[in-house]
Ligand binder design. Structure first.
Ligand SMILES: N[C@@H](CCC(=O)N[C@@H](CS)C(=O)NCC(=O)O)C(=O)O
Length: 368
């Protein structure tokens, strides 16, 4: 696969230094105007909630108190009021999108379910070189979480495993692709994984249609990890690959509603797929979302194993508003979580992939 962005050297899995996140140093593109909004996806196609609210507010205003006023309301006045409403909507959209671009965002973790926590922890620590960062048991909800990664959670992207009491198997589906791990020597890493009894599903070698040396391994639940040969990097857990049904629709969503950058888009016609790397920082220094479009495939089965990614934000309320303005679907209104008070909001992308936004200050408090 042709790499469009330049790569910097990487560290070996076991010797990854804790380096602060680069989210503050990310590149920012100017906001394109006029705004091509609302974002429209076939599955979510509807006027933005702001438009709906403005229209219903106008109708309510005229309906309840209108009477004589409404009857005397000339078409010229109606036209002027309509233009003002449109201008105010455009202004709100512009403000919301400007804010999204300025927000302090970072990919925090990816959440998925596993059938045997100890087995998975053993595989990730012994074969993949991750550290067990913390564990929490919530007996009243009958689940346990384990957080693993290559550095502390306040500066690194990590995995959050969920074990639901008594559930030992999940359907991974066809939509989830893999997690990417950057290593200095794929062949050596594969040998180590084999020696520890890990399952290698694709031997080391150049990726089809490109030069990067890769290999694939599978964890005890069947989640795939792509090992990518790269130089030293502060963020070895470098990709979450999800398959999507319309790449341009997804790119528009993650750029506008999430404020991500399109870091690179590559077509691989011989193998009939196109990928887009999206994120909050460069591919070689921060974790990115790798969106894959397989020619002609519009839908995937999501199974019940993979859950969501979490992204930090300075304001979950403004985040939710911006998602709605972009025509996105907020599935959990912004506000504190009962019990722990961490403020979150959640939404789904045009393919139904879920993301949770977490208040940055609350997130750091949770780690204390
Ligand atoms: N059809 C593939 C398209 C994506 C793809 O092929 N990705 C590359 C990695 S970027 C890959 O898996 N290549 C396999 C190989 O080279 O053996 C899928 O949906 O997973």
């Amino acid at each position: 696969m042709v790499r469009v962005l330049p790569m910097t050297p990487s560290l070996h899995l076991a010797s990854v230094a804790a380096v602060r996140s680069v989210s503050n140093g990310r590149l920012r593109l100017p906001l394109p105007l006029p705004l091509p909004l609302p974002f429209s996806a076939p599955s979510l196609r509807r006027p933005s909630l702001i438009s709906l609210r403005t229209i219903s507010q106008q109708e309510g205003f005229l309906g309840r108190r209108g009477g004589r006023y409404a009857r005397n309301f000339s078409s010229v006045e109606a036209g002027a009021a309509g233009n003002m409403a449109q201008a105010s909507i455009a202004l709100k959209q512009e403000e919301a999108l400007e804010w999204v671009k300025k927000d302090n965002r970072r990919m925090l973790h990816v959440v998925y379910r596993v059938g045997d926590l100890d087995k998975t922890i053993k595989f990730y620590t012994e074969c993949l070189g991750m550290k067990l960062l913390r564990k929490r048991d919530i007996p009243e909800e009958r689940y346990t979480n384990a957080f693993l990664g290559y550095g502390p959670e306040d500066s690194h992207f990590v995995v959050e495993l969920t074990y639901n009491y008594g559930v030992h198997q999940y359907d991974i589906g066809t939509g989830f692709g893999h997690f990417g791990i950057a290593v200095e020597d794929v062949a050596k890493t594969v040998d180590l994984i084999k020696a520890k009894g890990g399952k290698v599903t694709r031997e080391p070698g150049s990726v089809k249609g490109g030069e990067t040396v890769i290999a694939f391994v599978e964890d005890p639940d069947g989640y795939k990890f792509e090992l990518l040969e790269r130089g030293p990097t502060p963020e070895p857990l470098c990709q979450v690959m999800l398959r999507v049904g319309d790449l341009d629709r997804s790119i528009a969503f993650y750029e506008k509603a999430f404020g991500m950058e399109l870091l690179c888009k590559k077509d691989n016609p011989e193998n009939k797929y196109t990928v887009a790397m999206m994120g909050y920082g460069p591919e070689d220094k921060s974790t990115v979302l790798e969106l894959t479009y397989n020619y002609g495939v519009k839908e995937y089965n999501k199974g019940n194993g993979y859950a969501q990614i979490a992204i930090g934000t300075d304001d979950v309320y403004k985040t939710a508003e911006a998602i709605k303005i972009c025509g996105g679907q907020v599935t959990r209104e912004p506000g504190p979580l009962p019990g722990i008070n961490t403020k979150i909001t959640a939404c789904v992308d045009p393919d139904g992939w879920k993301t949770v936004f977490v208040d940055n200050i609350d997130f750091v408090k949770e780690l204390e």
